[in-house]
Design a protein around this ligand. Structure first.
Ligand SMILES: Nc1ncnc2c1ncn2[C@@H]1O[C@H](COP(=O)(O)OP(=O)(O)O)[C@@H](O)[C@H]1O
Ligand SMILES: [Mg+2]
Length: 248
C-alpha cells in the first residue's frame, strides 16, 4: 500500500469563540493534486497555516511521509521539502524576476551566513533558469518583478515555491486576482510541474472550473468541517455539496 505524503488527523484550531478548524482529517497521496474548496471563512487558510507551521493547532496530528511534523517551524518544514505560496504576492518588487527565484532558494538553504558569503550564484542560477523556461517568463526574467502584471507576478510567486525542489507544495488561491485569460495557463503549468517534478500539491482555490479541471481529488470544507472528499465527478454529484456550496 502506498503511504500518504501528507496525513492530517483531527486538526482543530479555535480563535476565541470561533472554531476556525473543527476536526479536519485527510490524506494526500504521492503525485496527487488535492484541491480544497469551501466558502469564505470555512477554515481553509487556517488549515494550511497549521500544516505549514505558521500557527500551532489546538489539537491534531500532521505527518509528512509518515513522520510527525506537528508544530515544526516553517523553516524546518521547508528543509523537509514542503513549499508554499501565499494568498497574497510575496515577490520583491525591486528585484529582478531571476533574482527573486535565487533569493527564494537561498532562504531555503537557510542561514544569514550562507546568504552573505555564498558566491552570488552557487548553482541556483541554473535552477532558476530551468523554472523561468518552464514558466515561460524568459522575456521578463531580467525585469524588476514590480514592473510585471499581477498575473505574471503570480507566476513568479509560484515559481519561487519550486526553487527548493519540494516534495509537497501548498498553494493558497493561485488564481486570486489573476486575469481570467491567464487561469488556463496556470492550470496547465501546474499539471506540467506535477508531471515533470512528480510532486504532490494541495491547492485552495475558488475558481471551480480550475479546481475541477486540475485536481485529482477535492475536499470541501464548510464551517471548519470536512463536508466531502472525492473526485471532481463525485464532488459535482454530491447533493449535500450542491446544496451547501456549489448550488449557490
Ligand atoms: N488570526 C485570526 N484571528 C481571529 N480569527 C481568525 C483568524 N484567522 C482566521 N480567523 C477566523 O477563522 C475562520 C476561518 O478563516 P480562514 O481560515 O481564513 O477561512 P478561509 O481561508 O476558508 O476563508 C473565519 O471565521 C475567520 O474570521
Ligand atoms: Mg483563505
Amino acid at each position: 500500500m502506498t503511504k500518504p505524503v501528507l496525513e492530517v488527523s483531527g486538526l482543530k484550531k479555535a480563535y476565541g469563540a470561533i472554531q476556525a478548524v473543527g476536526g479536519v482529517s485527510f490524506r494526500v497521496m504521492p503525485g496527487e493534486i488535492f484541491g480544497v474548496i469551501g466558502p469564505n471563512g470555512s477554515g481553509k487558510t487556517t488549515m494550511f497555516n497549521s500544516v505549514l507551521g505558521q500557527i500551532t493547532p489546538d489539537e491534531g496530528r500532521i505527518a509528512l511521509n509518515g513522520r510527525d511534523i506537528t508544530g515544526r517551524s516553517p523553516m524546518q518544514l521547508n528543509r523537509l521539502g514542503v513549499g508554499r505560496t501565499f494568498q497574497t504576492l510575496q515577490v520583491f518588487g525591486k528585484m529582478s524576476v531571476r533574482d527573486n527565484l535565487i533569493v527564494a532558494a537561498q532562504e531555503h538553504r537557510g542561514s544569514m551566513f550562507s546568504r552573505m558569503f555564498a558566491p552570488g550564484d552557487s548553482g541556483l542560477g541554473a535552477k532558476a533558469d530551468a523554472l523561468i523556461d518552464q514558466f515561460r517568463i524568459r522575456h521578463v526574467a531580467h525585469k524588476r518583478a514590480g514592473e510585471l502584471s499581477y498575473g505574471q507576478q503570480k507566476l513568479v510567486d509560484i515559481a519561487m515555491a519550486f526553487m527548493s525542489e519540494p516534495a509537497l507544495v501548498l498553494l493558497d488561491e493561485p488564481c486570486a486576482g489573476v486575469n481570467p485569460s491567464l487561469v488556463g495557463g496556470i492550470s496547465s503549468l501546474l499539471k506540467d510541474l506535477n508531471r515533470t517534478r512528480s510532486g504532490s500539491f494541495v491547492v485552495i482555490e475558488h475558481n471551480m472550473d480550475f479546481v475541477m479541471d486540475l485536481c485529482h481529488r477535492i475536499m470541501v470544507m464548510v464551517e471548519g468541517q470536512v463536508m466531502a472528499i472525492g473526485t471532481p465527478a463525485e464532488i459535482r454529484a454530491n447533493k449535500q455539496v450542491l446544496d451547501a456550496y456549489l448550488g449557490s
